[in-house]
Design a binder for this molecule. Structure first.
Ligand SMILES: [Zn+2]
Ligand SMILES: [Zn+2]
Length: 190
């Protein structure tokens, strides 16, 4: 277990992911169109997406992410009225992560917000590549690629239930106690 530093590009927003280990969350790559569109929305494809359009993220409990400074720079957006709530920093458009809502205990922290060059060491290897049907070109990921690999999906569902039982949706850096996002989401389709 270790505390993983998180930071935006310009350094105004800093945070900690506490008690992190390879088994404390899920390190995955998502190739879906929406994750690609989010990076495009911020003009950060080069930084966020890998050669096949994949976004690497670490799914972990919201309660284990603590903002140290720059909380007011956390900005949310949705690609559509009902989509995932996606987070970035208003100071420098660093892609931060994804949440569903205040009740779903997890946040998918995107690698651009992780201030650690050796992610393998802290988070272990990537466990799955999901939604590869939307990958660009001829995706050449290691063997674990699949739409939704069953093992990883079951693991995540199990973890979500456990985190929920443990109350790990709170405290949240992303939602206030009444369940509202800490910043009003920008809707990209508008
Ligand atoms: Zn910044
Ligand atoms: Zn995605």
């Amino acid at each position: 277990m270790t505390n993983l530093p998180l930071k935006c590009r310009c350094g105004e927003v800093t945070a900690l992911a506490t008690n992190v280990s390879p088994s404390s969350g899920n390190r995955v790559i998502c190739c879906c169109c929406d994750c690609q569109a989010f990076a495009r929305f911020l003009g950060r494809e080069d930084e966020v997406l890998d050669a096949f359009g994949g976004t690497e993220l670490f799914q972990m409990p919201q309660s284990q992410l603590t903002i140290q400074q720059g909380h007011d720079k956390l900005q949310s957006m949705r690609l559509t009225e009902k989509g995932l709530l996606r987070w970035y920093t208003s100071c420098c458009n660093t892609v931060v992560g994804n949440t569903v809502n205040a009740k779903m205990p997890f946040v998918g922290v995107i690698h651009t917000f992780i201030d650690e060059a050796d992610r393998d060491k802290v988070l272990g290897p990537v466990k799955a590549v999901v939604q590869t049907q939307y990958a660009k070109g001829a995706p050449d990921y290691p063997k674990h690629s699949a739409k939704f690999p069953l093992g990883v999906t079951l693991r995540l569902v199990g973890q979500l239930l456990l985190w929920k039982l443990q109350g790990k949706q709170k405290p949240s850096a992303f939602f206030s106690d009444d369940g509202r996002p800490v910043s009003k989401p920008v809707i990209a389709s508008e």
